[in-house]
Design a binder for this molecule. Structure first.
Ligand SMILES: NC(=O)c1ccc[n+]([C@@H]2O[C@H](COP(=O)([O-])OP(=O)(O)OC[C@H]3O[C@@H](n4cnc5c(N)ncnc54)[C@H](OP(=O)(O)O)[C@@H]3O)[C@@H](O)[C@H]2O)c1
Length: 329
């Protein structure tokens, strides 16, 4: 059946300006790190992308290595784009990245111009696209000069293979330098993608300030701590969950009794607010207006639906915030 997105999709979600740029991103974006690879069920992937777009999610985040196997999430997304989204390309912000190990030899990872530009060409072939909207340096490279890595991002933009440059996992000081270099090259850094959740708050010690000063947007990845900040693990480790899968990045050893005790207390606070823990974890990030978008993952349309409903209750009382801090401290 031909895909017909919901005609009211742009009334369903809020859009936030990405730093001081011209583009807005949906408050919730969808990432394809897990659950969209060659090991996953294609019809479930397609249903999630369709539901996301129909709900106003315009931004889909990928990387060269997403799968498994690496590259397969881009391939699968390319197939879905071809089948359902050709008429909607101009309504979508699609990002990809390069930085982690992708192929053998000295040019298959990190931050050289050689690696970044070859990888982007490979990504475009897998996605069957002429350009991506955002091309990221996925992680800082301690050995390659920052000028070279940023120069490669700027070159990708000048070649028309990416519309904007982004950085991910860069600490505050390197972010400041990267912003300066990119500005001088005429391709200002659009966005920073850091890990940020109730359980991972390093960005609060300087990075958010730098992003604001430099006019960059911020998109928070793993906002649910890969599923920990939900009710997923309250009764053990369910079959099919990320922690149950050999290729899942969340390991059973990460689900410690101390973590679980915090999760239970946070879950109680969420229930008292009439929302799920996943919903509370999402809007807790969005209360800081330096956070442009929250980049969730999902393994089902139901999870997506639940997460999108987060936006219906995004106000926190001072008491709620204090209770949450009390648990996290
Ligand atoms: N730049 C980087 O270095 C980097 C690194 C990691 C991720 N990312 C990006 O961030 C995106 C999101 O990362 P993430 O998948 O770790 O995000 P996440 O939102 O923290 O975790 C997603 C997982 O949480 C569970 N979940 C989601 N909604 C739920 C709900 N309502 N109820 C119960 N469980 C729920 C699902 O686990 P189950 O699968 O168990 O159902 C889902 O796979 C990635 O896809 C990628 O685009 C970037």
């Amino acid at each position: 059946m031909t895909y017909q997105p919901d005609s009211s999709r742009y009334q369903q979600i809020q859009y936030n300006r990405c730093g001081r740029s011209g583009v807005k991103l949906p408050a919730i974006s969808l990432g394809l790190w897990h659950n969209f690879g060659g090991v996953d069920v294609p019809e479930n992937c397609r249903a999630m992308i369709r539901h996301a777009f129909s709900s106003g999610i315009t931004h889909f985040d990928l990387a060269n290595n997403y799968g498994p196997p690496p590259g397969s999430a881009e391939e699968n997304f390319g197939i879905i784009l071809e089948k359902d989204f050709r008429p909607y390309r101009d309504e979508m912000i699609i990002s990809t990245k390069a930085g982690y190990a992708m192929w053998e030899g000295p040019y298959g990872e990190w931050g050289s111009r050689k690696y970044l530009l070859s990888s982007l060409d490979q990504s475009l072939r897998r996605l069957k696209l002429d350009y991506v909207d955002i091309f990221y340096s996925h992680r800082p490279d301690p050995e390659t000069p920052l000028e070279e890595t940023m120069g490669a991002l700027a070159q990708a933009v000048k070649q028309g293979k990416a519309l904007y440059a982004g950085i991910s996992n860069y600490p505050a000081d390197k972010t400041k330098l990267a912003a300066k270099i990119l500005r001088e090259l005429g391709t200002p850094c659009l966005i920073h993608q850091p890990k940020y959740s109730m359980f991972e708050r390093w960005v609060e010690n300087g990075l958010l300030d730098v992003a604001e000063e430099e006019g960059m947007g911020v998109i928070a990845f793993s906002p649910l701590a890969q599923g920990l900040l939900t009710d997923r693990y309250l009764q053990g480790i369910p079959e099919g969950s990320r922690a149950s899968k050999a290729h899942g990045f969340l390991k059973q050893k990460d689900i410690t009794p101390e973590k679980l005790s915090k999760i239970k207390k946070l879950n109680d606070i969420a229930i008292a607010r009439n929302q799920t823990l996943a919903q509370m974890a999402i809007v807790w990030l969005l209360k800081d207006n330096r956070v442009t978008s929250v980049l969730i993952g999902a393994s089902s349309v139901d999870q997506l639906r639940n997460n999108l409903d987060a936006l219906k209750n995004s106000v926190f009382s001072k008491e709620d915030l204090e209770k949450i801090e009390g648990v996290l401290r």
